[in-house]
Design a protein around this ligand. Structure first.
Ligand code: NAD
Length: 468
């Protein structure tokens, strides 16, 4: 796995996570010194993080391989390089995002000046999941740093190699007074959540999201919840079905389907279902070969619990492609199921694995009714050549994001905020939205004392004083 030098490093003292209160107190004290506030400090931290990712790319790629059998190319595209791009975008625009903004003052208050000032929140907690264990720890962290905060990062215990690599490296390259990595599972996270943070940023499932929000409520701490859901891929008659199938297969089976924004199921409108079955199977063969078990580009299921959960879903439809599985290696082939009952288990909860059910809807009205009757998904995808279909889906459905013609890729548009709505989460991040999330927009009004233009507003309100 991950290489660690033999000699102990003073930064390791910060990584034990045995005393959550001590860690938070230490970071709060560092925040109070003001060291995280200068733009130069923030940029230096971001550059150090960037350097780490570039210099230790192989270490992180090896960790991701160990945790999820991620191919090095996919690890770069979706985790390491992704984070580098997010850093570059932030470095390029941060000064502008932080600049105070002038706001007009009503005439009755003149002369006066009003503006908004972005101030850091303090010490924030980032709790991340196992599926993109590097990206989903570092993208929130870099936003927190850009906004001028101290941060505790709690990586997922289900991606232990990546967790260890983050715990080892972050305090070595970042200012260790201001960043701490606490490794562990439920007990360690519970201990952290008892502390008073200035913001809690959680990525994971809705059940734990509720635990996080409840814990934060005790301290009136605001939360960002990046959750999941069943993201549909709507396919309209008239769309190029072969092209749509390739895009869906690409988005669904990357990271073996363990992607929060992956198309969860296909909603095939009209007569597109049967043709899609063949096209999806063909696209899987094209990308992963006749035997995906031998493809170096195909990942594995994170653990046996998830493997068992996923293989139980294979009974919920007619297998059109895949279905092969091997518990010893946690291999589950890219699988497509047809003739799926919308009430069956595979259509109840987020699949979060390489099983793609096709559900059919007679027309667009039925498809929209199907989507809106369910929880608001994290993403919605549509493959259509009709502007009318695009307009209607935009106006008549709600989801964290909506993309036409391509799944998953909206994450890599740094100008687009990323987040869910309803059951798929609340709040957002990426780029400017991260800085907004991890800062407070303070209203600042300033009126000179000389020239007392307010006389008319002071009591007593004798007649003759006009309304302001
Ligand atoms: P996970 O099991 O790694 O849990 C996420 C984090 O919650 C971990 O750090 C874990 O230690 C912590 N945790 C678990 N139980 C806890 C408890 N009882 N109290 C406090 N903390 C606890 O990951 P997961 O939840 O299986 O992740 C998968 C889910 O996350 C899916 O639903 C997926 O859609 C969603 N997800 C969302 C996004 C997004 O950006 N919106 C990204 C990735 C994953």
């Amino acid at each position: 796995g991950v290489s660690t030098p033999a000699a102990p490093h003073p930064a390791d003292a910060d990584n034990t996570g045995t005393d959550a209160a001590t860690t938070v107190a230490r970071l709060n004290a560092a925040f109070a010194t003001g060291r995280t506030r200068p733009l130069a400090w923030r940029k230096a931290q971001l550059r150090a993080l960037r350097r780490l990712l570039v210099e230790q790319e192989e270490v992180f790629a090896a960790a991701l391989k160990a945790d999820l059998s991620k191919s090095p190319t996919e690890a770069y595209l979706t985790e390491i390089g992704f984070t580098v791009n997010e850093i570059d975008h932030t470095l390029r625009h941060l000064a502008r995002w932080l600049r105070p903004r002038r706001v007009p003052v009503p005439l009755a208050l003149a002369p006066a000046r009003a503006r908004t000032v972005r101030e850091p929140l303090g010490t924030v907690l980032v709790i991340s999941p196992w599926n993109y264990p590097l990206q989903l720890a570092l993208a929130p962290l870099l936003g927190a740093i850009a906004a001028g905060n101290c941060a505790v990062v709690k990586p997922s215990e289900l991606a232990p190699a990546t967790s260890a690599a983050l715990a080892h490296w972050l305090p070595r390259v970042l200012d260790p007074q201001t960043v701490a990595v606490v490794e562990g599972g439920v007990p360690e996270t519970t201990a952290l959540l008892e502390q008073r943070f200035d913001h809690v940023f959680y990525t994971g499932n809705g059940t734990v999201g509720r635990i996080v929000m409840t814990a934060a409520a005790r301290h009136l701490t605001p939360v960002t919840l990046e959750l999941g859901g069943k993201s549909p891929a709507v396919v309209d008659p008239g769309a190029d079905l072969a092209a749509a199938a390739r895009r869906i297969v690409w988005g669904k089976f990357m990271n073996a389907g363990q992607t929060c924004v992956a198309p969860d199921y296909v909603l095939a409108i009209g007569d597109t279902g049967p043709a899609l079955e063949a096209e999806l199977a063909a696209a899987i063969r094209e990308m992963y070969g006749e035997d995906p078990a031998g493809s170096p580009d195909y990942g594995r299921i994170v653990n046996e619990r998830h493997f068992d959960r996923l293989t139980a879903l294979l009974a919920d439809g007619r297998t059109v492609a895949g279905g092969e599985h091997d518990r010893a290696t946690r291999y589950l082939a890219p699988t497509v199921l047809a003739d799926v009952d919308p009430e069956s288990p595979v259509m109840r909860d987020e699949i979060f694995g390489p099983v793609l059910p096709i559900v059919r809807a007679p027309d667009l009205d039925a498809a929209i009714a199907f989507i809106t009757a369910r929880d608001k998904p994290l993403a919605m995808y549509a493959f259509t050549s009709s502007a009318q279909t695009r307009r209607r889906l935009t106006a008549e459905t709600s989801s964290g994001a909506l993309a036409f013609g391509i799944p998953n890729a909206h994450l890599s548009v740094p100008g687009l905020p990323f987040g869910g709505v309803g059951e798929s989460g609340q709040g957002g991040y990426h780029g400017r939205r991260s800085v907004e999330t991890f800062s407070h927009t303070k209203a600042v009004l300033s009126k000179p004392l000389a020239l007392d233009t307010l006389r008319l507003a002071y009591p007593p309100f004798t007649s003759g004083k006009s309304r302001l």
